[in-house]
Write a new protein. Structure first.
Length: 300
């Protein structure tokens, strides 16, 4: 491709097509973006891995839809990690494509050092909610959580709601920095999917899914390994066409004005019960950690 610029080391999604096979894909790797998104809450390593995987999934799905609004990937379950949510936002005139995440974990749970996903999450569901900004209707698809993890649950979502052969691989890992007390988090993912309405050879899907499925977690996460080199490793016998990489930032659209608007529907007595001794209502965003201060005059 003329004037093609390689994908950055991190914080991107790279769309690609396997030419002639009727199969498309996306490769995501988040670094500073995932570090910021997962920094608000102190989670055990196993729980943070799941939150990172949900974050990567939201980017794969949201960018594949070319969404101008919001896509939410959310788990609800009865295990210690009973809620994980990640929001992907499409780009607007003044804001970039971006993601944020939240996870809720019972700190009193005793699961050992490396609990399996089934022990962390328990039984529950994965919901994908799509909210277009302009036109279109809100859509939600819900599938049971697979004990095998987020990727398998997402594959089930596509099997049931879209009837499209889909392979998803997700990875997340802590990155330790010299002198830092806590690690940051890096996440990655690969999605391969049959292109609707495009003819394929009888064995094209099985062959390419086997190749994509061989990707290692470290390959998805290694910022020293370029995205283009990774695709060549996986599909060097195929003709792969890449599109320009799309940058992904951390983004939280929380708003003190929206909180104030909600509080205006409360009675003065109800609002006083929410206020601190100085009369100010302080609401902390669970996604970004911002504390919004709403004074009495704002909601009067």
């Amino acid at each position: 491709m003329e004037n093609y610029i390689n994908a950055p080391a991190g914080d991107f999604v790279l769309p690609f097509d396997v030419v002639g096979a009727g199969i498309r894909g996306r490769l995501v790797r988040l670094d500073a973006t995932s570090a910021r998104a997962l920094s608000v809450h102190a989670l055990p390593e196993a729980a943070a891995r799941v939150a990172g995987e949900v974050l990567a999934l939201s980017v794969l799905l949201g960018t594949a839809l070319k969404l101008d609004g919001r896509l939410t990937a959310q788990t609800k379950s009865d295990g210690p990690l009973d809620l994980v949510a990640a929001d992907y936002y499409g780009a607007t005139e003044d804001k970039p494509k971006g993601v944020r995440a939240y996870a809720r974990y019972d700190a009193n749970a005793e699961l050992g050092e490396k609990p399996l996903f089934a022990a962390l999450a328990g039984e529950g569901s994965l919901a994908i909610t799509i909210e277009p900004l302009r036109g279109g209707q809100t859509y939600q698809g819900i599938v049971p959580l697979s004990p095998k993890g987020i990727a398998v649950s997402a594959e089930t979502y596509f099997e049931q709601s879209e009837q499209l052969p889909t392979l998803i691989r997700l990875a997340a890992a802590p990155v330790f920095h010299a002198g830092a007390k806590e690690p940051t988090w890096r996440v990655g993912g690969l999605m391969l999917q049959a292109t609707p309405g495009v003819a394929r050879g009888e064995d094209d899907w099985d062959r390419l899914a086997a190749l994509a499925g061989s990707v290692e977690d470290v390959e998805l996460l290694d910022t020293a390994l370029s995205a283009e080199t990774l695709l060549w490793r996986l599909f060097n016998q195929e003709e792969v066409r890449v599109q320009p990489a799309e940058e992904i930032a951390f983004r939280c659209d929380c708003s003190g004005e929206r909180i104030a608007a909600v509080l205006q529907s409360y009675t003065e007595e109800e609002r006083s019960g929410l206020a601190d001794p100085d009369g100010v209502i302080r609401a902390k965003c669970e996604f970004c950690g911002t504390v919004h201060e709403i004074g009495k005059a704002t909601v009067s």
